[in-house]
Every structure is written in structure tokens, then in C-alpha cells.
Ligand binder design. Sequence first.
Ligand SMILES: CCCCCCCC/C=C\CC(=O)SCCNC(=O)CCNC(=O)[C@H](O)C(C)(C)COP(=O)(O)OP(=O)(O)OC[C@H]1O[C@@H](n2cnc3c(N)ncnc32)[C@H](O)[C@@H]1OP(=O)(O)O
Length: 280
Amino acid sequence: MAFRTKNLFEKTTKLVRSYSSDKIYTHMSLTLNEQTGIATLELAKPPVNSMSFGFLSQLAAAVQQSEADKYKGLIITSRSSGVFSAGLDLKELHHPDSDRILNYLRRLQDVWFQLYDCSTPTAAVINGHSIAGGCLLALSCEYRVMVNSFKIGMNEALVGVPVSPMFIACMQSVIGQWEAEKALLVGRLFTSEEALGVGLVDEVVGGKSEGVCKAEGYLAGFREVSARARGLSKRYLRQEVVRDLVRRREEDVKKLVEIISSRGVQDSLGEHLERMKNKK
Ligand SMILES: CCCCCCCC/C=C\CC(=O)SCCNC(=O)CCNC(=O)[C@H](O)C(C)(C)COP(=O)(O)OP(=O)(O)OC[C@H]1O[C@@H](n2cnc3c(N)ncnc32)[C@H](O)[C@@H]1OP(=O)(O)O
């Protein structure tokens, strides 16, 4: 089989240019299988694929590339065997500079809109823990295959930060209002098997390669379908969620900056970081 690894920033697009101050394509790789037209985006920011400013920029570029180059599908997975993504980089949220946090959250919104609203068929192979922002990333894809014995969910309640509307909308759209409410209000992390039970993931498998095969199977299901019709249908299906969040995006960001910067949330974040340091 012919594989080609793409330099994510081979093609400098407007969006990439506007994000270009970061050293990009160091945190992930995008590999196109030229036979199938399906690309694999492998997250590779050790140790836990935390979503720093630079990480989000690269993610944006990769999604944009998959759209521009009309890939037949995009699989998102992790190079780490234990962590898909630990979510937002807690260091970006703790004692933030006011301009940086504003821009960081805007960038997160941009990436999410791009991925959630992209016409490219998407699937996540969750081959490790997938926490908060990591869960959002997986939920923004169309199909989720999870390797057994890991945890997935949004633990904001345990970290001491509110779950943002974008995260809520995504969780609700996949598992429904009641299951989302039960999970989000306590920051529940589901095992792979529990996640399958509530529909948070579509399949549970024994390992990454099996997961990739399942994801390819899902994406291959669109071979006979008009890409244009499929892309438009996806957009229509998702437009209500997108419209609402686009309408309120600036209001949400400003409110979240205010909340994140508050003394109480900063104290909770500090304690959470301390707990992680002390667990060793
Ligand atoms: C308007 C738009 C929306 C705005 C939303 C705003 C509000 C957002 C709020 C929340 C969203 C988030 O995503 S917050 C992040 C929540 N994530 C977590 O709490 C995960 C914490 N991490 C873990 O539970 C574990 O690390 C793990 C299960 C993912 C992996 O465990 P493992 O044992 O393999 O690894 P370690 O715990 O030893 O960690 C290794 C190393 O990584 C550091 N680390 C872990 N997670 C993060 C993180 N999210 N950000 C930064 N750094 C992280 C950890 O401290 C260790 O560092 P050291 O080796 O230096 O000790």
C-alpha cells in the first residue's frame, strides 16, 4: 500500500497564516493513504496530548487540509498507547495572561467549529484516556471506536471549572439530555464499556489497529455516496448546534475568561495540578 506523510503546513492557507506564530506540525502527523483517500491524524504531543495553543493551531490546519484536499475520510487517533488526549492544557488555564486566554479560547472555538462542521467524513480511534477537551475532540467526529480499559468523559466538575456550552452541546447531541446531565454535573469518566452502553462511543475494540480497521470500515461506507450531498447533509444535520454557538461565541468566551480568571476557579485549578503532581 502506498502511504504518504504530509507536512501539515506544506500548503500555507489563510487560516494557517493567521496562526503561524507557533511552530506547528510538531505535535501530530497527517498521513494519507493514497489508495483509500483516507488520512490519519495521529496526535503526538507527549506525554498526554494536552491541547496547548500550538496544538490547537496544528489541529486546525490538519482539518483544513483534509477539507481542501478532499480526503475521503479523516481518522483521529493518538501515537501514545495510553492517552488519546488529556484535554485542554491546564497550564494555559492556570494564572493566564488576559489576552492570551482570550485568544486561546477563541482558537479552541475555531478548531471545534472547523472539525464539527467539516464535510470530510471523520472518525476517532480513542486508543487511550480521553478527558474533557479530549472527549470533545472525539465527540466532534462522526464515529467513535474506543480501545477497551480506558476512560472517557468530561471531568470539569471535578476540576472545578464549569462545562462550557460548546462541550455541553456536543455531549448532548451524542448521548442525549438526561445522560449528559447525569454525567456532566458530576464530571463522570466512563470506562470504554460504559461509554458504549450510553452511546458515547460506537464500538469497543481490543487494540488500536483493530480500531483503525473499524474506523476505515465506517468511512468506506461512504464510497458510493455523493461527497457533496453527504457533506451538505452533515452540515444541515449539525447546523442548529453550530448556529447557536456561533451566535453566542464572543459572549461565551468573555464569560468563560471571567469565570476562569476568578479566584475560586484558579484555586481549584491549582489544587488539581497539585494532585496530578503528587500522584507519583
Ligand atoms: C469558549 C470555548 C470553551 C472554553 C472551555 C473553557 C473551560 C475548559 C474547561 C475544561 C476543559 C479541559 O479540557 S480541562 C483539562 C481536564 N483534563 C484533566 O483533568 C486531565 C488530567 N490528566 C489526567 O487525568 C492524567 O494525566 C491522564 C489520565 C490523562 C494520563 O495519566 P498518566 O498517568 O498517563 O499521566 P500523568 O497523570 O502522570 O501525566 C503526565 C504529565 O502530564 C501532565 N498533564 C496531564 N494532564 C494535563 C493537562 N490536561 N494539561 C497539562 N498537563 C497535563 C501531568 O501533570 C504530568 O506532568 P509531569 O510529568 O510534569 O508531572
